[in-house]
Design a protein around this ligand. Structure first.
Ligand code: UD1
Ligand code: UDP
Length: 355
């Protein structure tokens, strides 16, 4: 038995190709949902659209502080893994669900495979950085989305367990993009916004809204529930609604997200996943955090990272935005593999006797 633990929107998107690749080879699998994301449009929609079977168990650990959530997932998961002990536990990305999975499995001596291992922001104030470091060091096998991630792991002495498979999100993107009917529509700027660093203060959120106001063109923003709540809490909701070029919508399913990306000339985001997907979809990326992440895209001048609270940095971002145009497929960056990451993972797991 192979068990996957997932709990967040990006993890459902990463799970789909690997689940299907393992199912094709006849492996018995079990999905555990931590419950970290729980709204219909943050969770169920992805299982339906990406044809992933409903999880066997939901640990209902959404909400609360980092410690409360991580602890709740750990307690529920331990019970599950003791009742149904798998040969391997597969973890995805860098969230509290990932961290909880790594610690529980390691203590039960269950081998862990980490999908999207190796990115490093080199900033321990960034919660995802802490989750990744712990998870990578507790994993038996590490699947890297790009060469920089492998290099990071080698520097930490983990090179022997690590393989560059390419980014599994590219597998998912291609599986949906190939079937999406794309009508000729006006180009837009797509925005997503949810990171702790960008929602933790009124000043920071106001600066981001001010950047949006200064962008030229219509900005479509499927808004994460966390950000909606923080805007309301800081009394900024009305201000956001009044921004003439900003259209706030509910979070969308992945098919609709691909449609939006594929008509974007620019993506304004703080999402780790979407910033990389921008290169799949042909839209340049303005990244609203100055963190080390996907630096090959920065070198290509595909992605521009900025600090919304620093005027000089914002000026650079606005200039980048004015020049951003859609890029045709042959000229898009190719740092994240060939869209067959899941198959490569299955092969490596088999070679290492882990499945
Ligand atoms: C989490 C991850 C982050 C990842 C993001 C993907 C951690 C520490 N953070 O951040 O790395 O980039 O998921 O989206 O694991 N909420 C709802 N409905 C939902 C989900 C969340 O209302 O379905 C609200 C709740 O008020 C919740 C808040 O959003 O307390 C934050 O959710 P949480 O899962 O803690 O963090 P994210 O910002 O989603
Ligand atoms: N996404 C989506 N619907 C939305 C917003 C994002 O399907 O309304 C997708 C996006 O294309 C990417 C993933 O969700 O594949 C990114 O998730 P998120 O930004 O929540 O997390 P992060 O990548 O920062 O961990």
């Amino acid at each position: 038995m192979i068990t996957h633990i997932v709990g967040n929107r990006p993890q459902f998107i990463k799970l789909a190709p690997l689940y299907h690749a393992l199912a094709k080879e006849g492996y018995e699998q079990r999905i555990i949902h931590s419950g970290q994301h729980y709204d219909e449009n943050m969770s169920d929609v992805f299982f339906e659209e990406l044809r992933i079977p409903a999880p066997r168990v939901n640990l209902a650990a959404g909400g609360g502080s980092h410690a409360q959530m991580t602890a709740k997932i750990m307690v529920g998961l331990e019970e599950e893994l003791l009742t149904n002990r798998p040969k391997l536990l597969i973890l995805y990305g860098d969230t509290n669900t990932t961290l909880a999975g790594a610690i529980v499995a390691a203590k039960l001596c269950i081998p862990v495979a980490h999908v999207e291992a190796g990115p490093r922001t080199h900033d321990k104030k960034n919660p995802e950085e802490c989750n990744r470091i712990v998870t990578d060091h507790l994993s038996e096998i590490l699947f890297c989305p790009d060469a920089i991630s492998l290099h990071n792991l080698e520097r930490e002495g983990l090179g022997q367990a690590a393989y560059v498979t390419g980014d599994i999100m590219y597998d998912t993107y291609l599986s949906i993009a190939d079937g999406v009917q794309q009508e000729a529509q006006e180009e837009i700027i797509v925005m997503t916004w949810h990171r702790q660093e960008n929602t933790c203060s009124k000043e920071r959120m106001e600066s981001i809204l001010h950047v949006v106001e200064r962008l030229e063109g219509r900005v479509v923003c499927p808004l994460h529930p966390r950000t909606r709540k923080c805007l309301a809490e800081y009394g900024l909701w009305e201000k956001a609604e009044k921004i003439a070029n900003l259209e706030i919508i509910e979070p969308v399913g992945y098919t609709e997200m691909v449609r939006l990306m594929n008509r974007a000339r620019l993506i304004l985001t703080d999402s780790g996943g979407l910033s990389k997907e921008s290169s799949f979809a042909g839209a340049k990326c303005l990244f609203m955090l100055e963190l080390d992440l996907w630096d090959d895209l920065v070198k290509d001048r595909w992605m521009y990272k900025f600090n919304p609270q620093n005027e000089e940095s914002v000026e650079g971002a606005l200039q980048f935005a004015r020049q951003a145009e859609r890029v045709a497929l042959p000229a898009r960056p190719k740092h994240y593999g060939d869209g067959h990451a899941a198959e490569k993972m299955v092969q490596k797991l088999r070679e290492r006797g882990l499945i």
